[in-house]
Write a protein that binds this ligand. Structure first.
Ligand SMILES: [Zn+2]
Length: 355
């Protein structure tokens, strides 16, 4: 079997280390690939990247995918040079230890490992426990606080050293598919629209948002600035097709079965219907999820911006969210781009999804 090809833009986003608030590397990749296709390209104080195509178009459509990812932030160095950390984003503490990590420092990246007490040295009750955050540390191979602080600073951040790897065909694993795939889809949709023979009536604004994982903060300011009529957030969604997901609790969504289109109070019903219609026209398989609350995505902030925005949400099905080894089917990523290109092209002037 020939290896599945991975788009260069996505490969570079996945290699970029970008914990919330420290998105510089991912911003640079977005700049490199999306800026040349945009009519206007802006940056803001939060770290958002805002690419606009067809500046006089109507309605204003915003596509948002977040550039940030989970990470660890150094909070304390002990006398022996071990680094203590706090978590950036929603970590499962059971998977933090025993990892190789890369710390971004002023002097460039340095390598470390996350340590904790060995299983042999635990008593029976310790073995059943999930380690507390302060019971783990990063070991960078130094012998003293002084030596450690010559290399790293309080406030430096670390990510897992887990890079993109194809598993089988188009199924791949990486850290931070959440949400490099969403940022890729937002940017790539704009790039394809810029190249398309047919021009959209809409003004299309692709935003690589900052700080989603710690409270949809970039989307909050970006939506204010862009002031869209219509927006679609692109994120990852739980594929519930592995051995430990009860469909009665978590619904039924599968890897490789196409974009997940969300319904619920966070979603404007017209936008939902137009996303489904676009999927059908583009011959893209899709699946549905229902969420009765504000979703845990940028869609939450976007919908509530200013006087309210007609918001939709599509998600790439993903297994093992927020672990160092997230799994997606890259075909689903490409299908999201095709769906959104079709959706954007179908918007007409005055189409504001008021209801
Ligand atoms: Zn996330």
């Amino acid at each position: 079997m020939t290896p599945h090809s991975v788009p260069q833009f996505l490969t570079e986003l996945l290699a970029a280390r970008s914990p919330s608030g420290y998105e510089t590397e991912a911003q640079a990749v977005f700049d490199r690939h999306v800026k040349p296709a945009a009519d206007v390209y802006a940056k803001d104080a939060l770290g958002n990247r805002i690419a606009t195509l067809n500046t006089k178009g109507d309605p204003v459509l915003m596509l948002a995918g977040h550039l940030d990812e989970l990470g660890l932030i150094i909070t304390y160095v002990n006398n022996d040079g071990f680094l203590y950390f706090d978590t950036i984003g929603g970590h499962d503490r059971i998977v933090i230890s025993g990892r190789r990590v890369i710390i971004q420092t002023e002097h460039g990246p340095i390598f470390g490992v996350t340590g904790k007490r060995a299983v042999h040295l635990m008593d029976e009750s310790d073995r059943k426990k999930v380690p507390e955050r302060h019971e783990m540390w990063i070991d960078i191979g130094v012998r003293s606080k002084k030596e450690a602080l010559a290399r790293v600073s309080i406030g430096d951040v670390a990510t897992y050293d887990h890079e993109l790897q194809l598993l089988n065909g188009s199924v791949a694993t990486a850290r931070a598919f959440d949400n490099k795939v969403g940022a890729y889809i937002a940017g790539e949709t704009l790039i394809r629209l810029a190249k398309a023979k047919r021009k959209p009536a809409a003004k299309v604004v692709a935003v690589g948002t900052a700080q989603e994982e710690i409270g949809v903060r970039g989307a909050t300011t970006a939506t204010y600035a862009v002031d869209p009529h219509i927006a679609v957030a692109i994120d990852v969604g739980h594929a519930t097709d592995h051995p430990d997901c009860d469909n009665r609790k978590f619904g039924e969504t599968k890897l490789g079965a196409g974009p997940i289109i969300c319904r619920g109070a966070n979603i404007n019903p017209h936008i939902y219907r137009q996303l489904v219609a676009a999927a059908k026209r583009a011959k893209v398989p899709y699946q549905l999820e229902a969420d009765p609350r504000p979703t845990g995505t940028d869609a939450r902030a976007i919908q509530m911006a200013r006087g309210g925005v007609a918001t939709g949400l599509i998600s790439v099905p993903l297994r093992y969210m927020h672990t160092p080894s997230e799994v997606v089917d890259l075909e689903d990523v490409e299908r999201c781009v095709r769906l959104l290109v079709e959706f954007a092209l179908a918007l007409n002037p005055g189409d504001y999804a008021h209801w």
